[in-house]
Design a protein around this ligand. Sequence first.
Ligand code: SF4
Length: 329
Amino acid sequence: MASSRDSKIVSKLEAWFEHNGKDYPWRQTTDPYAILVSEIMLQQTQITTVLERGYYSGWMKKFPTFAALAAASEDDVLKAWEGLGYYRRARNLQKLAQAVIGQHAGQFPSDTAAMRALPGVGPYTAGAVASFAFDLAAPLVDGNVARVLSRLNNDATPVDTPQAQKQLWQTANNLVLLAGSPRRFNSALMELGQTHCRPEKPACLLCPIKAHCTADNPESLPKKSKRIALTEVIESAVLSVKDGAILLEQETGPRRTGLWRLPRVETVPTGWERVTTLTYGITRYKVRMTVFRPTTPLPPAEHQRYIPFSHLPTVALASPYKKALNLLL
Ligand code: SF4
């Protein structure tokens, strides 16, 4: 049931956002496609990276509609995503575009149940598109929103538990139902988490809903139940160069299918020269990769090819290998 506290929180946040909301490109449109692209890009990438390095604008220029993305080659899609990491997001976005073309004649549905039936659309994405594109009273909870709501209610239940998730979604739903504009309210809630209610040193003195916040020690919230330890992985890669071309291998595993990388070797023969060692993180792995130069160029094995240096800018490379090649060539 709606309380007067809830109503005040909603109206104050909406009023605050009206004057202080940032003018991101995806807030200047109600096109579900443009909003989806921003949401998927921002899932594991900072806003500044997406904006300042031109990923969002470049993508929208290259694939401006569901139809353009659905018809693109996988190579082009991966190339446009290069550097953002978590390439599964790009592939899933293309699958989603193909489903919108195939099942909805290119029109993204406005009903959240129909949205959720599309591949890769979970409760957060459905809430984002429903509210930002269609101004529907649909809740959304991401990391920023979870932090704001946990603090607002001084709730120390670990946010990664089903119990806390259920409560957070319920609270977000209760609030968005009171909004004058769900689009504005959900944007405000997310923005408060990014600007004022940040993980460290929250700006409580400037917070528009401070009067309703019950957090005793905001910085200690939200709680998490477990930490996943990073697993260390050691790998060896080969730098084989022949006639102005470099030996690369196309990934076939589920995570980075289609991307190119330096070939891996299980054992390093004696005589190979150690060129460099790089460390990179991927999901819960910390990988230490040492690159070796063979005594003579290797013949290409399955899924491997010599690619001329001049073609490298057009090849989609996984970030760690792009970094390695920039360094080595
Ligand atoms: S008062 Fe502080 S802790 Fe509470 S919602 Fe505002 S910024 Fe977050």
